[in-house]
Write a protein that binds this ligand. Structure first.
Ligand code: COA
Length: 153
């Protein structure tokens, strides 16, 4: 069994997780995606879609990574339900994800984050991600983003 955070257990994504994951995405990332997106992305790299679940099995956070470039993992979505934040769930998800990237021989991990998302930028910096680019007007509401990346060796 993969790592765990206090009160939460990490496991792979299952189709029945979609409604709760969609809710976390709406509440935390203010985005709305069709259910089919989660199914198709989970098939692309099943080990890259990690769920943190409470003792009843209900998702309280998740990290969805994809591989679009050879040797490179991209974190597409990452969020923890508000009431579960700052308890180490995000750290457990990120540690497990980076380990899975290494096991698969990935050399680099990337992500995008809103320039205003100071807490997430601080979190990623703690995980040795650094800003590699400014993405002007990257988000649908016009806000710019940072691309961040780190080596995995
Ligand atoms: C970013 C996010 C996923 C982090 O998840 P999390 O579960 O809160 O992460 P952790 O609890 O592991 O760490 C968060 C902070 O709490 C601290 N922390 C962890 N356990 C703690 C504890 N028991 N007591 C006090 N602080 C604690 C960590 O040191 C960390 O500090 P840092 O951000 O300065 O590095 C979460 O804040 C989130 O969902 N944000 C909204 C969505 C979002 O912005 N996603 C990223 C989009 S790019």
């Amino acid at each position: 069994m993969p790592a765990s955070a206090p009160g939460a257990t990490l496991r792979g994504f299952q189709p029945r997780d979609v409604p709760v994951v969609s809710h976390i995405v709406a509440e935390s990332l203010h985005e709305h995606y069709d259910s089919s997106l989660y199914f198709s992305l989970s098939q692309q790299w099943p080990s890259g879609f990690l769920i943190a679940a409470d003792p009843s099995g209900t998702p309280v956070g998740f990290l969805l990574g994809v591989t679009q470039i050879e040797g490179e993992a991209r974190i597409l979505m990452f969020a923890v339900e508000r009431n579960w934040r700052t308890r180490g769930v995000g750290t457990a998800l990120m540690n497990e994800f980076l380990e899975r990237c290494r096991v698969r021989g990935m050399r680099r991990a990337t992500l995008e984050v809103r320039v205003s998302n100071v807490s997430a930028i601080r979190f990623y910096t703690r995980f040795r991600f650094g800003v590699t680019d400014l993405l002007r007007g990257y988000y649908s509401d016009g806000e710019s983003g940072y691309q961040m990346a780190r080596d995995l060796r």
